[in-house]
Design a protein around this ligand. Structure first.
Ligand code: HAM
Length: 429
């Protein structure tokens, strides 16, 4: 019986992989310019790491984690996101002793058991970065500017940032209480889910997608009116820097994010072309998370972008160099020479395909054409006899006897081959 991939888990075939590699390479290059170092975090962690940091009442922890018992009884979960692991690693390795500010990035798969749809998978991939050890508004703005730079390099033209401040340990409890009181008075207008969440996590009322809840919460108290003076000043500064940098953002008072560790700045990046899953990334500040994980009392801020969604909205993948040389041995006797020549030419940087000597010349040519090879090197009995290959230039559509001995230095062989092709095509031009 045929076994297919698990629902929400998918294969990334070479063409799409090439696109991902381009996106990843662009991100790595830019992250290095901003002085980030890569942290490779494990795929699985103790489940409590996620429930404590993301929040017991978040959708992710309540119903989306892949959790299982290890053979020794430890409860583990596949990571649903990267921030909790970065913070754990930061504390575990006492990174604060080595450096006052850490800038760390990660790239890799994450797992959430959501309902799969376009742009939403159960295994998906993130590129994320975190700054731990700074709590000033300039670093929040820098994290966002880096997203903007990356999107520009990837040719994403429709991105927009949505920004909010979620307050801190001083002002958020007051706001939370006000929202709960409001919710109790409007219970009949809320959906079942919001009614259930009201006492535990009232902020989530604000991003409920139900029409009724959206209409009702339009009159709910807004966090902006409850921010304490330091939070207000922080948010004002973040916005002023972003305005100065020319970043395209709007303040969205409903933005609360689905993870509970945020405080102060929270943001999402939306782009056209993603359908209903329009967030290409999200992030924010999480002061208090490092301390709660047993580390020093330092602030943190970061973001993660979905690779699948970036691939949907980015511009064209730059063309990769195609196949340069197709070696076509005729007869099994030519296989060894073909293999040796192929290996030598590859060592000189050429992209080379070596076929089996059991195929006919006709089938070699058909396949070389399909692969888009520039040159076909034919190694038949005659060629082996005189130790020189026949060449077909598939681009110039020319045949010529390669004057280069098969036993020549590979570097010389390749240079002469390319030179012959240049001369041949200029003769026909
Ligand atoms: P998040 O908003 O949960 O934040 O996820 C960030 C991005 O990951 C989303 O905007 C989306 O592009 C992508 N993503 C999330 N779930 C899926 C899915 N099921 N399928 C496809 N793509 C998905 C976080 O994960 C935080 N850790 C971000 C952060 C870093 N905050 C501070 N530092």
């Amino acid at each position: 019986m045929k076994i297919s991939a698990v629902k929400g888990f998918r294969d990334v075939l070479p063409e799409e992989s090439a696109r991902w590699s381009w996106i990843e390479a662009t991100a790595r290059e830019l992250l290095a310019r901003y002085d980030y170092g890569e942290l490779r975090i494990p795929i699985a962690e103790r489940s409590t790491l996620f429930s404590r940091s993301i929040g017991e009442t978040s959708d992710i922890v309540e119903k989306e984690m892949y959790t299982f018992d290890d053979r020794d009884g430890t409860q583990l979960s596949l990571r649903p996101e990267g921030t909790a692991s970065v913070v754990r690693a930061y504390v575990e390795h006492s990174i604060q002793v080595k450096e006052p500010v850490s800038k760390l990035f990660y790239i890799g798969p994450m797992f959430r058991r959501e309902r799969p749809q376009k742009g939403r998978y159960r295994q998906f991939h993130q590129i994320g970065w975190e700054v731990i050890g700074r709590d000033d508004p300039a670093i929040d703005a820098e994290v966002i500017t880096l997203v903007d730079d990356l999107l520009a390099r990837l040719g994403v033209r429709t991105a927009r940032f949505q920004l909010n401040s979620l307050g801190d340990g001083t002002c958020r409890p007051v706001y939370r209480e006000a929202l709960t009181v409001w919710g109790r008075a409007h219970l009949s207008e809320l959906c079942d889910n919001c009614r259930r969440r009201l006492e535990q996590n009232p902020l989530r009322l604000l991003d409920c997608k139900e029409e009724g809840c959206r209409a009702a919460t339009a009159s709910a108290p807004a966090m902006a009116d409850y921010l304490c003076a330091p939070c207000r000043a922080h948010f004002d500064d973040v916005r002023a820097i972003l305005e100065g940098e020319g970043i395209n953002f709007v303040v969205d008072p409903r933005l609360v994010r689905g993870l509970d560790y945020y405080c102060r700045t929270a943001f999402e990046i939306v782009a056209e072309g993603l359908g209903s899953q329009n967030a290409v990334g999200g992030g924010g500040r999480y002061d208090g998370l490092v301390k709660a994980a047993g580390g020093p009392d330092v602030g943190g801020v970061g973001v993660a972008l979905g690779l699948e969604r970036l691939a949907m909205v980015a511009g064209d993948t730059p063309l990769q160099p195609g196949l340069e040389i197709f070696i076509a041995p005729l007869g099994r006797d030519a296989d060894l020479t073909a293999a040796r020549l192929g290996r030598e030419l590859r060592s000189q940087g050429a992209r080379v395909e070596v076929e089996s000597g059991s195929r006919s010349l006709k089938s070699h040519m058909r396949r070389a054409d399909k692969l888009g090879a520039h040159y076909v090197l034919i190694l038949g009995e005659q060629e082996l006899g005189r130790r020189a290959a026949s060449v077909r230039d598939m681009v110039a559509k020319l045949d010529f006897q390669c004057a280069i001995p098969l036993d020549a230095e590979p570097e010389k062989f390749l240079a002469t081959l390319r030179q012959l092709a240049v001369e041949a095509s200029s003769q026909t031009a």
